[in-house]
Design a protein around this ligand. Structure first.
Ligand code: UGA
Length: 310
């Protein structure tokens, strides 16, 4: 059996996919989750169902905001910190939840890691950049988040930096670009569009659909995340993107084609906090981690539609 690793947020979309891949690689995985009520617990329980049969997976329901984290870190070599309050648009009216579950949780985790200086692989976000002048965006670009969510992710990145400088805790900060694939959260575009189109129901398109995203398939995110955990680099930040971009209107059309139904949507106003375009320069992750996204959008969307069809 390999090293023991901790996956926070292991009942979530990315966390559960990551924990499964780590188990397959023979790591001894401790998964934790506090089942926040952002979306139904039932879905998170389903996310955990494959892991239940893994002999090298152990699960604990606990909350990083108030639990004794040092106990959880006993024997752990690497921490994959996926637990967070996600969602860009929701963050305007729920700032306290983002402060607690993102900033406070990460600071408490760092404080507990001071004893044994475990490496922390942190799930950051493309939203730390805001609306940038030049695309594709490099890691060195100035951070200008335009949502409270993005602000909390920048603060977490700053905390990781000062704990590395002051206390020698190694970290890999991974800026994920809009992740999709099996178990995608129900508040996210691909989940909403796919289900609504399949069921012949109407949905809302924010803005005119000309905004674009560098959508990244979850298997690629997982591969990049594990490579970062296994890297011997002391403190680095990486963009983890999908390698191509598509407009939201183009995305809707593609899902319609795969499903074989005409999408029925109405354009409503642009949402505060949504950036216009995202596009990752992934050269650094390629060079340092051997990161190379494998799943093209058409294939990833087909996989996702197959997943929701069951
Ligand atoms: C996503 C995640 O939700 C964040 O947690 C993550 O940190 C972020 O990606 C990231 O890349 O860092 P977002 O890009 O807003 O945020 O992802 P989606 O919810 O999939 O939205 C994609 C696009 O579809 C946005 O332009 C959004 O305005 C649009 N959209 C979404 C709609 O037009 N209608 C909807 O009902 C939902």
């Amino acid at each position: 059996m390999g090293d023991k690793v901790l996956v926070t947020g292991s009942a979530g979309f990315i966390g559960s996919n990551l924990a499964e891949a780590l188990c397959k690689k023979d790591y001894n995985v401790l998964g934790i989750d506090c089942f926040t009520d952002y979306y139904p617990r039932k879905l998170k329980e389903q996310n955990l169902s494959n892991l239940k049969s893994e002999k090298n997976f152990e699960f604990l329901e606990t909350n990083l905001v108030d639990c004794d984290i040092s106990k959880l870190l006993d024997g752990v070599s690497t921490i994959y910190h996926e637990a967070a309050q996600p969602g860009v648009r929701y963050s305007w009216d729920h700032v306290q939840v983002y402060i607690d579950n993102n900033i406070i949780a990460t600071q408490r985790l760092l404080e507990a890691a001071r004893k044994n200086k475990q490496k922390i692989v942190f799930a950051s976000s493309s939203s730390v950049y805001g609306d940038v002048k030049e695309l594709p965006v490099k890691e060195s670009t100035e951070l200008n988040p335009i949502s409270p969510y993005g602000v909390t992710k920048v603060t977490c990145e700053d905390l990781l930096k000062i704990y590395n400088e002051a206390h020698g805790i190694p970290s890999a900060i991974l800026r994920y670009f809009t992740v999709y694939g099996p178990r995608q959260r129900p508040d996210m575009a691909i989940n909403i569009f796919s289900n609504k189109i399949m069921n012949g129901e109407a949905f809302e398109l924010y803005g005119d659909g000309s905004q674009s995203r560098d959508f990244t398939y979850v298997d690629d995110i997982v591969a990049g995340t594990i490579s970062a955990g296994e890297s011997s680099k002391e403190f680095e930040t990486y963009n983890i993107g999908g390698g191509s971009t598509i407009t939201v209107k183009g995305l809707i059309d593609k899902i319609g084609e795969i499903v074989g139904k005409e999408p029925n949507y109405k354009c409503v106003g642009e949402q505060k906090g949504d950036v216009k375009h995202t596009h990752a320069d992934i050269t650094k992750a390629k060079n340092d981690l051997g990161y190379s996204p494998k799943t093209k959008t058409a294939e990833g969307l087909q996989n996702y539609i197959n997943f929701i069809k069951g």
